[in-house]
Design a protein around this ligand. Structure first.
Ligand SMILES: Nc1ncnc2c1ncn2[C@@H]1O[C@H](COP(=O)(O)OP(=O)(O)OP(=O)(O)O)[C@@H](O)[C@H]1O
Ligand SMILES: [Mg+2]
Length: 589
């Protein structure tokens, strides 16, 4: 059933009363070729353990502690169950302290060899994550059970096999499973269950440069290819649409989503000139009228605009005086006389009102490229985005030079709030009649802590979406390097977390808060490599696992995304850029 062909029958006769067992029970026995093979595969045997603290494995003779990496995926063969476990610590031990008091010298190779594995040995901590009853059907996902017991003394531990990995993480030949990487020291794919992935909001964390953006593109490619949801990607640094940058030697760029999925990805922009310069032909330019700015948007920018506590109340007074659609436009036009009159009528504070007006003028000036008093022809960007999403296409919104926090937060908040409102109406209508629900929408936001900090999370639309789970078919894909800046409750609602290296204690604490077995995952998280390694845990994987992230945009990835079909290299970025520039010159001629 498991590919190790290793049942531990020969170990059962061993007494369980020893706390420091002498080496292998089989070593003194006659060995058959079969047991030799078992011994070769065996990493060690279980010598201690508890359900709460995890298991301790004594390393087999001849095995070096240096072979074992934290995060490794191993299998423990119990008598009635097989346990899938993760390695979370490695330690050096000795049967008596005497050996350690007079260690052999460097050149005493023989005595070192004699002691090694007998008097001195390695102990490895393992955290069992799942168990499978012996004899259960390998294709039955229900046979993967939470760990409710532990294996007996001297149960052998093996490296996981290909079959073990695909039994636990699914087989990528099924469309709902998407390969995101391989376990440490193995080349078998670890898959996300995409049906479960889109059921909740998810997060990708890691310090700068660890591969968050690459992982995000990878996961989004998986979902688009399997057509499980549509995405709205707020692309602050223009890395998702046509192409992104890479630090890989000998290469400066990688393909963006549109190069893979063409018509199924539409690029919207706030800065057409920047898109054109980069050789991107945007499908739509986004403009937002003043009438769409609400008090909630201003509240979100409290820090960026340096507003005091009464500013929000003043905004509400303005809304009640001028109405939701007109308050900003009217307020910005008020002169000193108007302000005086308003203060008299509404019992407001004139200094506060003047200060607020000054700050909102700064806001609209800094957003003048896309924020207009009114839009000719009432061209509503939200309706365009909605229509695109509902036709099953994905939207990447490029910010170009408008990537300052204030601009990014304002646009992301306005668009998300309105889309969520529309989705809510559509889902409610669908519940009332038999009309179809809107397609599941995933909203990807980088720098998510800006919207989900403890101060903001219960007031902004993002906190609402995270808490609602998938009630209205909208979920978030949170990308951030400072998870400790995100509200705890929001973090606890995140379904699947993919964490690259984090070394700040507060960040590690935040990510693992409320996760069972957090202690054992802490060391795993802190010992990931600086790039292209991640710990994945939560709703879309049956157990936590450390992966070497799948390479994004190499030939194998391209082949997989295109189903083996050649890519339509129709117009290169350079050719497109040259043509767009020619078109622009003609416009000016
Ligand atoms: N899956 C991957 N495939 C190929 N290269 C990768 C992968 N993950 C990371 N890299 C390499 O690591 C570099 C950094 O990755 P990335 O830009 O995703 O980091 P980041 O975490 O988003 O950083 P920042 O916080 O600064 O945005 C990439 O330029 C690329 O060279
Ligand atoms: Mg990034």
């Amino acid at each position: 059933m498991n590919g190790h062909n290793g049942k531990n029958g020969s170990h059962n006769s061993v007494s369980l009363n020893g706390t420091s067992p002498s080496r292998s029970t089989t070593s003194g026995e006659q060995t058959s070729p079969e047991t030799d093979k078992l011994e070769q595969d065996e990493l060690g045997v279980i010598v201690r353990g508890s359900l709460t603290e995890g298991l301790e494995m004594r390393l087999a003779e001849g095995r070096s502690v240096e072979e074992l990496r934290v995060g490794k995926f191993v299998v423990v063969e119990g008598e009635q169950n097989q346990f899938f476990a993760m390695l979370n610590d490695v330690r050096l031990d000795a049967t008596s302290s005497g050996v350690l008091l007079s260690p052999p010298r460097r050149n005493e190779l023989l005595s070192r060899a004699v002691l090694s594995g007998t008097s001195t040995f390695g102990t490895v901590s393992l955290r069992p994550m799942l168990m499978v009853p012996a004899g259960s059907d390998a294709n039955d996902p229900d046979s993967l059970l939470p760990v409710k017991t532990i294996p007996p003394h001297f149960s052998p531990v093996y490296e996981a096999t290909r079959e073990d990995v695909s039994r636990v993480f699914g087989d990528e030949s099924q469309p709902k499973f998407f390969n995101v990487g391989t376990p440490l020291d193995m080349d078998t794919p670890v898959c996300l269950n995409l049906d479960r992935w889109i059921e909740r909001s998810n997060a990708i964390f890691g310090k700068s440069g660890t591969g968050k953006t690459f992982l995000t593109r990878l996961c989004i490619c998986g979902v688009i290819k399997a057509d499980k949801a549509v995405h709205l990607i707020f692309d602050m640094h223009s890395e998702y649409g046509w192409q992104g940058t890479t630090e890989e030697a000998g290469r400066s760029s990688v393909r963006g989503l549109k190069q893979y999925f063409r018509e199924r990805v539409q690029i919207f922009t706030l800065d057409r000139a920047s898109s054109t310069r980069r050789g991107v032909r945007p499908d739509h330019e986004v403009k937002i009228p003043y009438s769409q700015i609400t008090v909630e948007d201003i509240m979100l920018l409290q820090r960026e605009l340096n507003l005091n506590a009464t500013a929000v109340e003043t905004c509400y007074l303005l809304v009640s005086r001028f109405g939701e659609k007109k308050w900003l436009e009217q307020f910005l036009q008020m002169d000193a006389e108007d302000i005086k009159e308003f203060v008299g009528e509404n019992n407001a504070h004139s200094g506060a009102l003047a200060a607020l007006q000054r700050k909102l003028k700064v806001l609209v000036a800094s957003c003048k490229d896309f924020l207009l008093p009114s839009i000719p022809g009432d061209d509503d960007a939200v309706q365009h985005i909605l229509a695109t999403l509902q036709s099953g296409r994905n939207v990447v919104l490029e910010f170009g030079k408008n990537d300052q926090p204030m601009q990014y937060m304002l646009v992301v908040n306005i668009l998300t709030r309105r889309l969520h409102d529309i989705y809510r109406t559509l889902v409610e209508k669908a519940m009332g009649s038999e009309s179809a629900k809107p397609r599941p929408l995933v909203i990807a936001i980088e720098e998510a802590h800006k919207f989900l900090s403890p101060q903001l999370a219960d007031q902004t639309i993002f906190g609402t979406i995270a808490r609602e789970m998938r009630k209205y078919n909208v979920t978030l894909l949170i990308i951030d390097q400072r998870p400790s800046g995100i509200d705890d409750e929001v973090l606890s609602q995140v379904g699947t977390k993919i964490c690259c290296l984090l070394d700040d204690e507060k960040d590690i604490e935040a990510v693992l808060n409320g996760v069972s077995g957090a202690n054992s995952l802490r060391s795993v998280l802190a010992s990931l490599e600086t790039k292209q390694q991640a710990l994945i845990f939560g709703h879309a994987v049956p157990m936590p696992v450390v992966v070497r992230t799948r390479s994004y945009d190499d030939d194998a990835f391209k082949f997989a995304m295109m189903d083996g079909k050649p890519m339509q290299e129709d117009e290169t970025s350079e050719a497109l850029r040259a043509r767009l520039e020619r078109d622009r010159d003609l416009d000016f001629a």
